[in-house]
Design a protein around this ligand. Structure first.
Ligand code: UTP
Length: 402
């Protein structure tokens, strides 16, 4: 029996009772097309919590980066000028915490003028293209939900001055969403709720979209992947690229020093000898508070969703299975009476793979320290921690006129 035929699937059943014969034929066809295997993960909410043996991983810290700045910049700029660096903007998420019904990048972060999140990110990238004197290919991942709006918005704003021929879009895959009992939510009479499958499948989605040919034709050897919501981040940062190459690593991760042992941030460390990210909730008290001889935290560098990967390595791992995370989210749905519901708090599960799990598939990864106040201003909420308010404050501190 298919999952959707189970007795408990009340939302599907209620829709079928309301539907005409034609609508039910459409719905059944749709349900048959969906791969329901992700639901197996419901039994174990997190498939990734069986972890190996953790050990600290030393970072290249700000002091050393300053001392070797010239060397790193030279290598990074040379690599960029040779056309070997591309960037991928992860913009397929739904930004539910922000409560927007349009793509997160279209958020106006200005105060006295319009300044959109996408605009700020493109400006950050243009700092590098201006310095290097070449354009950098930028691939933008969207979803079926926000893809058209994203393309229309950027087109309307003439890509905020970035060369259009260097921007390409691709769409990520979707997975069904359900309530806490595993009952599939309905989006309409003929469509179950489908939501983006996380940010971990980005390279696979690029391959599915036929972009591998483009990457190869352009000779891209390094891909800098980054999130849409950190408005302060440096993209294709020559120093980061240069340091990763100088250290002979096949990947790098921008990290910030943890503000406190219990800060809610994933920490880059080693697991069974390989680089890995341990989530704050997976750390034992002992691990979180362990200190080095000099008094600093042993596990002290948190990731900020800005990674550099060797393209060759990405191709090698393109077909590898990634762990599926079962995450609680707010999921709008059609209730049993046929009314639209927009919950204010999480009401079920989505199934996601995460880019941070790619790090564990690498032989090595360079933790590259950046100044938090200059490079980390994520906008996850409207107010409070990691919000539009805190990001505006940080942008202003960095001299951005709002
Ligand atoms: P978040 O984990 O913050 O998720 O994404 P989100 O969907 O944007 O926001 P909430 O949790 O619903 O409030 C981190 C980055 O990964 C991208 C987001 O666009 C953001 O840049 N992402 C997330 C995707 O590209 N696809 C996804 O399926 C999920």
């Amino acid at each position: 029996m298919h999952i959707w035929e189970e007795e408990k699937q009340c939302y599907i059943k209620a829709a079928m009772e309301r539907n005409s014969l034609e609508e039910n034929a459409l719905l059944k066809k749709r349900l048959d097309q969906i791969d329901w295997t992700v639901f197996d993960h419901m039994k174990r909410k997190e498939t990734v919590n069986e972890r190996g043996v953790f050990a600290p991983l030393a970072a290249v810290e700000i002091g050393e980066i300053r001392a070797r700045e010239e060397e790193f910049r030279k290598i990074g700029l040379k690599t960029i000028r040779e056309g070997k660096v591309g960037a991928v903007l992860l913009a397929g998420g739904q930004g539910t915490r922000l409560g927007l019904d349009k793509p997160k990048g279209t958020l106006n972060i200005g105060v006295n003028r319009e300044l959109y999140l996408f605009e700020q990110l493109l400006r950050n990238l243009m700092d590098v293209t201006e310095e290097a004197g070449v354009s950098i290919p930028l691939y933008i991942m969207t979803s079926n939900i926000n893809g058209q709006d994203t393309m229309d918005f950027l087109e309307k704003h003439a890509y905020f001055g970035y060369s259009k021929e260097y921007i390409k879009f691709f769409v990520q895959e979707m997975e069904p969403a359900c309530d806490y009992e595993g009952r599939v939510y309905m989006e309409s009479n003929t469509e179950p709720v489908m939501s983006p499958n996380g940010n971990g499948g980005w390279f696979g989605s690029m391959v599915n979209a036929g972009l591998l040919a483009d990457i190869r034709a352009r000779g891209i050897e390094w891909i800098n992947v980054f999130a849409v919501d950190n408005c302060l981040q440096r993209i294709a940062d020559p120093l980061f690229v240069g340091a990763t190459i100088a250290y002979g690593c096949e990947s790098g991760a921008k990290v910030v020093k943890k503000a406190a042992p219990d800060e809610r941030i994933g920490v880059l460390c080693k697991e069974n000898g390989k680089p890995s990210i341990v989530e704050y909730y997976e750390m034992t008290e002992e691990m979180a508070t362990a200190r080095k001889e000099n008094g600093e935290l042993s596990y002290s560098f948190g990731v900020i969703l800005n990674y550099l990967f060797s393209e060759k390595k990405l191709e090698e791992i393109a077909n590898a299975k990634m762990p599926i995370h079962v995450v609680e989210k707010q999921i709008p749905y059609i209730d049993l009476e046929g009314n639209e519901r927009k919950p204010e708090k999480p009401n079920g599960y989505k199934f996601e793979t995460l880019v941070l799990d790619m790090v564990h598939m690498m032989e090595n990864c360079l933790p590259y320290e950046v100044e938090r106040d200059r490079e980390f201003a994520p906008i996850k909420n409207l107010h409070g921690v990691d919000s539009l308010d805190t990001a505006r404050e940080l942008l202003q501190k960095c001299g951005v006129k709002l």
